[in-house]
Design a protein around this ligand. Sequence first.
Ligand code: SF4
Length: 327
Amino acid sequence: MVRSLVEVKNLVKHFPIRGGVFLKEIASVKAVDDVSLTIGEGETLGLVGESGCGKTTLGRLILRLEEPSSGEVFFQGKNILLLDKEQMRSLRKDMQIIFQDPFSSLNPRKTVSHIVGEPLLVHGLRSRREREERVLELLRVVGLRREHMRRYPHQFSGGQRQRIGVARALALHPKLMICDEAVSALDVSIQAQVLNLLKDLQEEFGLTYLFISHDLAVVEHVSDRLAVMYLGKIVELAESFQIYQSPLHPYTQALLSASPIPDPAFRRDRIILKGDVPSPIDPPSGCRFHTRCLYAEDICTQKEPQLREARENHLTACHFAGSVGVH
Ligand code: SF4
C-alpha cells in the first residue's frame, strides 16, 4: 500500500461576501465544501471539473495559500494548519505550484538565471557561483540550455516559459507539485512535450503531483487516479482507467462524452448538459448536480448523496450509481 503524502479531511472553504454600511457578511461563496481525499507518495492525482468548481481553491488550500473555513490538511502525517509561520516557510520547500500562465508568473524584468535561482537564494544558498551551477543543472533537466540563462521571459515561446516555471518549481527538490492548468494555455503538440517532461521528472525525482485541469483528455495521460469536482464537492474518485472506461456519475459521463477520443473506430454519444453551472453562493439543494442531471428524481432535490464506494475502490456521490439508466 502506497503511503499518503497528502491527506485532506472534511475541508471547507467559504469566501464571505460582505455588504451594507457595516460590511456584514450577507452570503458566502461555497468554493470547497467538505472534501476529503488522499494523494499517495509518487502518485499523480488528477482533479477535473468545469471552471468555478473549486478545484484551484482546493489546490491552494493544500498548499496553505488559503486558510480553510474548517477541516484538516496533513502533509507527511503533519497537520499543516497547526504549523507556525517559520515551520510553514520551511515546509514550503517541499510543496510547489506551477500555474497556467507562465508569462504572468515569471517576472518580465528578471533574467531566467535570476528567476530560477531566486528560491535558492531565499532558502539560503548565498554563493552566486553555486546558484548559477544549480540553475544551469535545472535548465538542463527541463531541456533548456546555458545561453537561455541571460534571457528574459518575453524572449521564449509559451512551452519554453512553462519549462522555466518547472525549473523554478524544482529548484528546492519539492516532494509535491501542484500543476494548476499547467498546460492549458499551450498548443496541443507543446502540451504533449511538457506533459512528457513532467512524467520524466516524476520518475527521476519521485515527485507527487496534483494535476488540476478542466480538460479530461489532458488529465487522462498523466493521472493514476482521478477526482471529479462539481460545485465544491468531489462527485467521483477512482483509478483513472476505471473512470475513463466506466464512469459512474452522470456529471463525469457528460464530461467524458465531450472529450475527444484519439481512436476513430471508437465513438461515444455526446451528452449535452442542460444550463450553466449554478452559483456556488446558493448551490442547489440535495444533489448539487440535480438541476442539470438527465436522471434526476425527487430524492435528488431533497437528499444529498454521499461519496461512497459504489464499486471496488470506485467512489461516487449519486443516489443511483451503478443502477440501470445512469451508466
Ligand atoms: Fe443525478 Fe440524482 Fe445522481 Fe445527482 S443523485 S447525479 S441528480 S441521479
